[in-house]
Write a protein that binds this ligand. Structure first.
Ligand code: ADP
Ligand code: MG
Length: 233
């Protein structure tokens, strides 16, 4: 699914720079569910954003589903993002003035589908996350867990090969976190490849593999005895 070699990333800080990723090597196969762990500031989001083509590395190689990701125009990057990737964020990132259905339908707009087809597909995905009856509600009428479900439905709408989640349970209470993780595990059981950034051990252990970042490199990369979220709920 993806192959990363000797990846480096620095941020300019005044006259100097902050070297955040210092030679990351990472391969992820189809169907994996991987947690990217590390303390705050260790570069987890930086790595995920590069994988998600929201940012670019300074050095190194990144191949996503056979496509070398380098020096792409913004237009081309947007096409690949829409084709390959779905995103989930800690803060949900829903559009506040659009109802749940229209939020989920948005990625389909960029795929050029007609309105009727977009709405039908969006409703199908909302039903999958158990929110069919909430289709016409605005985000501020939904609980945190419901908002994250809408965000998951939106991330899945265009049927991406890879789902990227940056602290998806970071804004949720414990019970709701496990419900969301249960759902994400279920997606993985269905074959979706998933990368989850988290600093929470419990959440990481619901993934099949844990990659630990420290001081800009991968300190540890282990297969875990997966814990089912539903054991907690
Ligand atoms: P994490 O997600 O593990 O908490 P980040 O990848 O967000 O870490 O950040 C890694 C380091 O890079 C932090 O020290 C952060 O302050 C810095 N950083 C992140 N984004 C930027 C940016 N756009 N400009 C400058 N520094 C940044
Ligand atoms: Mg982060």
């Amino acid at each position: 699914m993806l192959n990363i070699k000797k990846l480096h990333k620095s941020y300019p800080i005044g006259d100097s720079s902050l070297h955040v990723l210092k030679g990351i090597d990472l391969s992820v196969e189809d169907g994996e569910m991987v947690a990217i762990m590390g303390s705050s500031g260790s570069g987890k989001s930086t790595l995920l954003n590069i994988i998600g083509m929201l940012d670019e590395a300074d050095e190194g190689e990144y191949i996503l589903d056979g496509v070398p990701i380098k020096n792409l125009t913004e237009k081309k990057a947007a096409i690949y993002r829409n084709k390959f990737l779905g995103f989930i964020f800690q803060s949900f990132n829903l559009i506040n003035y659009k109802n749940a259905l229209d939020n989920v339908a948005l990625p389909l707009y960029y795929q050029g589908l007609k309105r009727q087809e977009r709405q039908e597909k969006a409703l199908f995905h909302l039903e999958k996350v158990g929110l069919k009856d909430w289709a016409h509600h605005l985000p501020n009428e939904l609980s945190g867990g419901q908002k994250q479900r809408v965000a998951i439905a939106r991330a899945l709408a265009a049927n991406p090969k890879l789902l990227l989640a940056d602290e998806p349970t970071g804004a949720l209470d414990t019970t709701t976190s496990y419900e969301i993780m249960d759902f994400i595990q279920h997606l993985n059981d269905e074959g979706k490849t998933i990368l989850i950034v988290t600093h929470e051990d419990d959440i990481a252990h619901m993934c099949k593999r844990i990659v630990r970042l420290k001081d800009g490199v991968i300190m540890e990369d282990v297969i875990v005895e997966q814990v089912r979220a539903s054991q907690h709920v």
